[in-house]
Design a protein around this ligand. Structure first.
Ligand code: IMP
Length: 215
């Protein structure tokens, strides 16, 4: 999906040099390292901490796309010509597509003593359809041109927490084709197949085609 927003400088094609710095609109350096491990160390990402950005970005969109755009555009509007952001979460069919964009704060929103995984398992009690998927939407802005890349990882919810690797909902998500949770399968499966991997591989293909004649 493509759209255009205001350019910082219509003549600024000098930004399009091989491997120009890309501001990754996240404070999570682990996420950045995960992405570099996947697409290559030559990508010159800078986190928000590295550009001394400390203001909270309010993600009040109603979709993964909107929230990814809010994050990227906030940093772009602050004067950074190349910005990438990512918004992700888990979507559960039997819960009317929840938690979705509220995945990170699902338990907080319900004022429960349970954590996100415990709450989701409780909400799934008695449901026969346990299908779920992870979504990742990556938003790239290059000098006013906005491009989105999506990934989707299909699976189902486990009936109990299992495994210790990864983060978030990994201990209760069983990807299609497996019978163990992502947290139990280990990171190599995730690195090969996940929603984030799919989205960032599309980003890499796009980036390389855009910059190929400059290398
Ligand atoms: P954010 O986009 O980093 O804010 O992540 C949103 C939330 O979705 C995270 O806090 C996790 O709860 C969940 N989530 C996103 N991706 C994953 C994943 O790969 N594994 C487990 N949970 C995830």
């Amino acid at each position: 999906m493509r759209q255009s927003i205001q350019k910082h400088n219509p003549q600024a094609e000098f930004y399009l040099m091989p491997y120009p710095p890309i501001i990754f609109a996240t404070g999570n350096s682990h996420k950045v390292q995960e992405v570099k491990n996947l697409i290559g160390e030559e990508y010159h990402f800078k986190t928000l901490n590295e550009i001394n950005w400390s203001t909270e970005i309010i993600e009040d969109g109603t979709s993964f796309h909107q929230n990814a755009l809010i994050k990227a555009k906030t940093i772009y509007d602050a004067g950074n010509p190349i910005v990438v952001s990512e918004d992700s979460g888990i979507v559960v069919k039997a819960l009317d597509e929840s938690p979705g964009i509220f995945s990170a704060r699902w338990a907080d929103m319900h004022e429960t003593s349970l954590d996100n995984n415990g709450l989701l398992l409780e909400q799934m009690q008695g449901k026969t359809d346990r299908s779920a998927h992870f979504v990742a939407v990556v938003c790239l802005i290059i000098n006013g041109e906005v491009t989105f890349f999506e990934g989707r990882w299909e699976g189902r919810l486990a009936t109990q927490v299992d495994g210790t690797t990864g983060f978030g909902y990994d201990p209760i998500f069983i990807p299609n084709g497996y019978d163990k949770s992502t947290a139990s399968l280990g990171q190599s499966i995730k690195q090969k197949e996940s929603h984030r991997t799919q989205a960032f591989l599309k980003f890499k293909t796009y980036w390389e085609s855009k910059f190929q004649n400059l290398k």
